[in-house]
Design a protein around this ligand. Structure first.
Ligand code: PEP
Length: 245
């Protein structure tokens, strides 16, 4: 991963199918990837296509259970199994995992550790809910997310204000000022943890129209894209925004 490239991650969530993935990876062969590291995160059954893809793949989750590689954990997929497919990254702690599956910072930290152990890069998602924001707790939640979830070097952090994610009903896009303040704060905390230089992505309602503005803000190394990563016509303008920076 060249550090001067922006990182664009497409999180398909529980969407898509094999045909959609073929269309996406085939079409990506014609896209200028010289300035962007693109990471596609399809649902788990499709990550086996990683080796045939022109872009990197990421899983959307991995098991945090010890001993890590295998065990009696029905339904879980270990980081080692993910790595074996040629997939290089894994999202951990996405807000939908926290919301629907009760994942805490401690659980997310275990997952990140398992990923690092087998050479996967964890993309660790942190961010506050609207209630936390309205209670003035944004910085406290973000700082706890960083200190409790990021186990060390070799990770990527994704800041996703949960109130601004498009799937959240009434999701309100954050302003560039909101985003900039949060990213400056995150960069400072990471530095205080001895982790300066850890890439920091922004995620929540990123699209082809706002990507260029967001990606030029300080301390933003890329974007995590949900809804607008499913179709080439929506995803490619985000990738192309990087070429025009
Ligand atoms: C997400 O859920 O990670 C996300 C960034 O979603 P969206 O881009 O749809 O807001």
């Amino acid at each position: 991963m060249a550090m001067n490239k922006k990182i664009i991650v497409g999180n398909w969530k529980m969407n898509g199918n094999g045909d959609m993935l073929n269309v996406m990876t085939e079409t990506l062969k014609g896209v200028d990837l010289s300035r962007a590291t693109v990471i596609l995160c399809p649902p788990m059954p499709y990550i086996g296509a990683a080796s045939k893809s022109p872009v990197d793949f990421g899983a959307q989750d991995c098991s945090g259970h010890e001993p890590g590689t295998s065990g009696a954990f029905t339904g879980e997929v270990s980081a080692a199994m993910i790595a074996e497919t040629g997939t290089k990254y894994v999202l951990v702690g996405h807000s939908e995992r926290r919301l629907h599956h009760g994942e805490t910072n401690a659980i997310v930290a275990e997952k990140a550790k398992q990923a690092l152990k087998v050479g996967l890069t964890p993309i660790i998602c942190i961010g506050e809910t609207v209630e936390e924001r309205n209670a003035g707790q944004t910085n406290a939640i973000v700082e706890a997310g960083l200190r409790e979830c990021v186990p060390g070097k070799g990770c990527i952090v994704a800041y996703e204000p949960r109130w601004a994610i498009s799937a959240v009903s009434g999701g309100i896009p954050a302003t560039p000022k909101d985003i900039q303040e949060a990213h400056e704060f995150i960069a400072g905390i990471l530095e205080s943890m001895g982790l300066a230089g850890t890439p920091i992505l922004y995620g929540a309602s990123v699209n082809g129209d706002n990507a260029a503005e967001i990606l030029t803000l300080p301390h933003i190394d890329g974007a995590l894209v949900g809804a607008k990563s499913l179709k080439p016509a929506d995803f490619f303008p985000v990738i192309e925004a990087v070429s025009n920076l």
